[in-house]
Design a protein around this ligand. Structure first.
Ligand SMILES: NC(=O)c1ccc[n+]([C@@H]2O[C@H](COP(=O)([O-])OP(=O)(O)OC[C@H]3O[C@@H](n4cnc5c(N)ncnc54)[C@H](O)[C@@H]3O)[C@@H](O)[C@H]2O)c1
Length: 421
């Protein structure tokens, strides 16, 4: 098996996570270079993956005037930093695994799609849910006609109260101006999954949703703007208290996500310091957040099938709940498995899915590893068909998201097109 040579752009949470694959499967590839502006992250990453000093760069632009350093690049920068490296590294002939969303705006997504086509490279957008054994099983059953023709899909994404507070109130994806709207940041996975399962293309959408709870008006009287300064009786009765979420609820897993986002040195003292000084210690009612905390999207597909999607921050943090309704049966998919109901026999059966070992399933139910495997295999065999989240289908999903956001803002029904109408 040929080793695929990889360059990582952005050695943050995702970049490190993907690179760790090669510690488990060293025969499949090798990390050749890293681009990361934060000195500590760049050197920790470089040392961990044995990258020589001369191939550790502070910015991906530094490699543009060099001969290609690898076969492929993993682009794991923040949402607004995807378009330029994707286009310019595609022009250098690198195959690309690109974190979702492709980009925060329509034109940048079109540019990335066009650059991939123009250069004939393999580009996989990290729509990891397409690659989980669970969702592959569902797709296989749909393709075999297990429930006849799909007439309707219902999908719930229960983001979870503390995950909502962590990422979308206090954290990196809280503010549209600094990152992207919620539907793009979090739920582009869900819209993409519906688009993946549904035959035909999405034609038009409507959407409602807003930021209803995590606003200044809901801050209890007497509460402080930082949890560590809040009176004990108010802090102790707040489900969203940072002291509760990061220290009391997670006291035995300080070195894991989400606490390791606050500080790389996992210890009660360092976490407390991060809460006293950093963004994750802020009162959820006193942040600079503006992304929605709940949203619904209704979708109509060619052929008349419909789908409805709900994202909510007001849930237990949990698994997606999916109901696919065909004219010959249904698939109800939850963390309890897949319940297949067949109308002809009027019978329900539970479909078992082998999701592999604990390590493999750790990232997005096996989606992270499934994606890397297919991407490496596509690069190795020069066969883009192994990648089921290529530029064309990913662009289609992003078009739906952009149309849904237009619909939500305008209160309209929007056509899904490549133009902002
Ligand atoms: N596929 C998924 O399920 C999934 C899950 C979470 C996050 N994401 C996406 O992954 C991306 C990265 O998220 P993260 O949590 O790893 O973020 P992060 O902030 O931890 O990592 C991003 C890294 O990029 C680096 N960077 C900034 N400018 C750079 C430059 N010019 N050159 C090289 N590196 C640069 C930053 O210093 C940072 O270390 C985001 O787009 C996010 O939305 C995807």
């Amino acid at each position: 098996m040929n080793k695929v040579r990889i360059m990582v752009v952005g050695a943050g949470q995702r970049g490190v996570g993907y690179a760790a694959y090669f510690e488990c499967y060293p025969s499949e590839g090798e990390i050749m270079a890293v681009c990361e502006p934060q000195d500590r992250l760049r050197h920790t990453f470089g040392d961990r993956f044995s990258i020589p000093e001369e191939r550790r760069f502070a910015d991906w632009r530094e490699v543009l005037d060099k001969p290609r350093l690898a076969d492929a690049v993993f682009i794991c920068t923040q949402d607004k930093g995807h378009r330029d490296p994707a286009v310019l590294l595609a022009d250098k002939g690198y195959h690309i695994m690109l974190e979702k969303p492709m980009a925060p705006d329509l034109q940048s997504c079109l540019d990335i799609h066009e650059a991939a086509e123009r250069n004939g490279i393999i580009l996989a957008v990290c729509h990891v849910l397409r690659y989980t054994p669970f969702n592959r099983k569902i797709k296989e059953m749909l393709d075999k006609g297990a429930i006849g023709r799909i007439r309707s899909i219902q999908l719930l994404e229960p983001v979870g109260y503390w995950h909502q507070a962590h990422s979308f109130v206090r954290g990196n994806w809280r503010n549209e101006g600094q990152s992207t709207p919620m539907l793009l940041a979090k739920s582009c996975h869900d819209i993409d999954l519906i688009n993946y399962f549904m035959p035909g293309r999405c034609v038009r959408v409507s959407s409602f949703g807003d930021l209803s709870y995590f606003i200044g008006a809901n801050q209890p009287e007497g509460a402080a703007d930082r949890c560590t300064d809040c009176p004990a009786e108010i802090e102790g009765s707040c489900a969203y208290s940072a002291l509760k979420i990061y220290l009391r609820d997670r006291k035995y897993s300080l070195d894991k996500w989400p606490v390791n986002v606050l500080t790389p040195e996992a210890a009660p003292g360092t976490v407390l310091k991060a809460l006293q000084t950093g963004p994750y210690g802020r009162c959820v009612f006193a942040c600079d957040n503006d992304v929605v905390d709940h949203q619904v999207v209704n979708m109509e597909f060619s052929g008349g099938a419909t789908a409805s999607f709900t994202m909510s921050g007001f849930t237990k943090s949990g698994s997606r709940e999916l109901l696919i309704m065909g004219d010959q049966g249904t698939l109800r998919c939850t963390d309890q498995g897949i319940d297949y109901f067949d109308f002809l026999n009027d019978r329900i059966s539970n479909i078992e899915v082998d999701i592999g070992d604990g390590l493999i399933t750790s990232g997005h139910g096996g989606g992270d590893i499934g994606l890397i495997r297919e991407f490496l295999s596509a690069v190795r065999s020069s066969d883009p068909s192994r990648v089921i989240s290529g530029p064309k289908v990913s662009l289609e999903s992003h078009l739906i998201v952009f149309a849904a956001e237009r619909a939500r803002r305008k209160g309209s029904v929007e056509m899904v097109t490549e133009k902002e109408i």
